[in-house]
Design a protein around this ligand. Structure first.
Ligand code: 5AD
Ligand code: SF4
Length: 468
């Protein structure tokens, strides 16, 4: 008996798209350059998975690529300028690939990218990652200036092939995209849109799969993981916790994955129950990244952070009093509009009080479209630099003491690569997210080793393996 297949118009369209994609993909090599945060790294992994499925080959050599995609960051001006510089270089390359801009700059600048850099053929918004193959097919079909700034579409689920992950040992798992906080300096709510949480069932299934594939560490990522709020409780049933995020932490910990880290946290949403969860599950790692941005209440108000320095210090106290000896890292912006010497001194004092295990310091960078871009009293470049250097010096002296206190302790280290400094040493991260180097060999990569710390260095620790 013969069956007739009846194609609806949308089926036909889909079939045509697939055919077009396959024709485009044949023998085409794609190179993706990734800038910015882990979210971009995760997006690149997702894009590569989709491109390979559509028949593309990936290459690590831009010179031999038919398509070059720049996955961009716009959090500070310098990162944004880099993109246009790179387009200029690619335009002159002998092979003249198809040039696509994806990521935050693509979403924010939209069609104006074609005016600013005429060599760009394709603009891919932050939610269009899964549609790259069909966008490339349109270019192959002769269409010019292809752009997609639309939302994710129904049925597009996070799908990253393990083969495309940057590391075979540590996997980034996005749990929430976007941000609703609208801190006055920050472009993220505009470039990544409103918060959208992934379902817990999907996240837990992915973590389980990663574990069965041998991944030793999973990092749950998002701009503000603490405000994780999925549409339903599916996948969280049976896990107690004061917030959906702390319930998710317990559900993920219950998979038995060796190490689970999460970043980034937001002070106002950092519930004490997160620390309780860490205390209950040894595989939830003892590290919290909690950006404060400033130690001055006047600046925190202007930054629209929704917390004071006292609120922050209360969180720090709670974190530091944990039985798990949690390590704490943070971000600070210096030179925000209107920041006086006194405001800056308050930041220095907060840093002295908090004794951070690590600190990322940024000079304020004006981002058009954010409220702070219209604030008066800009801080001069010279003052920004002076404050940056003063804070850096303070942090490095505090960090030296803190790192020296680790001498004599044993840290559990996931070995990731050969050390950059010596062929005889390997390098990895501790559960508290510090870089640890020790004498070892490449065969140890991917294993978890106990290391007795003998020396503190500026941004790393040195020790001797006592297991593994
Ligand atoms: N200027 C400087 N630093 C910024 N950050 C975000 N936006 C800006 C800006 N406009 C910093 C914050 C944030 C980190 C990821 O980048 O400290 O926590
Ligand atoms: Fe930006 Fe604030 Fe959201 Fe962080 S919490 S991504 S700083 S708006």
């Amino acid at each position: 008996m013969q069956h007739r297949v009846c194609l609806t118009t949308s089926d036909r369209l889909l079939a045509k798209t697939r055919l077009l994609e396959a024709a485009t993909a044949m023998n085409s090599k794609v190179y993706i350059e990734t800038f910015g945060c882990q979210m971009n790294v995760a997006d690149t992994e997702r894009a590569v998975t989709g491109l390979r499925k559509a028949g593309y080959e990936m290459t690590s050599a831009p010179d031999e690529a038919d398509v070059v995609l720049l996955n961009t960051c716009s959090v500070r001006e310098r990162a944004e300028r880099k993109v246009f510089r790179r387009v200029g270089e690619l335009r002159k390359s002998p092979r003249r690939p198809v040039i696509g801009v994806m990521g935050c700059v693509a979403q924010l600048e939209g069609p104006s990218i074609f005016q600013k850099a005429a060599a760009v053929d394709l603009v891919i918004g932050t939610r269009a990652t899964d549609r790259i193959p069909s966008l490339l097919a349109r270019i192959r079909d002769g269409e010019k200036f292809v752009i997609d700034l639309e939302e994710r579409q129904d049925g597009e689920v996070w799908d990253v092939s393990p083969a495309e992950r940057r590391s075979p040992y540590v996997a980034f798992v996005p749990i929430i995209e976007g941000c609703n906080k609208f801190c006055s300096f920050c472009i993220v709510p505009y470039s990544r849109g409103r918060e959208k949480s992934r379902g817990a069932t999907e996240i837990v299934a992915e973590v389980r799969q990663l574990r069965s594939l041998g991944y030793k560490e999973v990092q749950l990522i998002g701009q503000n993981v603490n405000s994780y709020r999925p549409k339903t409780e599916d996948g969280l049933e049976g896990y107690v916790g004061a917030t959906p995020f702390s319930r998710l932490l317990r559900a993920v910990a219950a998979t038995g994955t060796e190490r689970i880290k999460f970043t980034t946290s937001f002070p106002r949403d950092f519930h004490p129950d997160i620390v309780s969860a860490i205390e209950e599950y040894p595989n939830l790692c003892n590290w919290v990244h909690l950006p404060v941005q400033s130690g001055s209440d006047r600046m925190l108000k202007a930054m629209r952070r929704g917390h004071t320095s006292a609120d922050y210090l209360r969180r720090v106290e709670m974190i530091k009093s944990s039985t798990r000896r949690l390590s704490l890292t943070s971000d600070i912006i210096v030179g925000f509009p209107g920041e006086s010497e006194q405001d800056f001194e308050n930041t220095m004092q907060l840093v002295r009080d908090c004794e951070f295990d690590g600190l990322f310091i940024f000079k304020y960078s004006k981002r058009n479209g954010t409220p702070a871009a219209n604030f008066s009293q800009p801080v001069s470049e010279a003052d920004k630099t002076a404050r940056f250097l003063a804070l850096e010096e303070l942090q490095s002296s505090l960090q030296d003491k803190l790192y020296n206190k680790q001498v004599g302790r044993t840290l559990s280290v996931l070995v990731e690569k050969q050390s950059a400094r010596s062929n005889h040493d390997v390098s990895g991260h501790s559960t508290c997210n510090k870089v640890v180097n020790f004498k070892g060999n490449m065969k140890q990569c991917g294993s978890i080793v106990d290391v007795l710390i003998s020396e503190g260095k500026p941004n790393s620790l040195y020790g001797t393996a006592i297991s593994g």
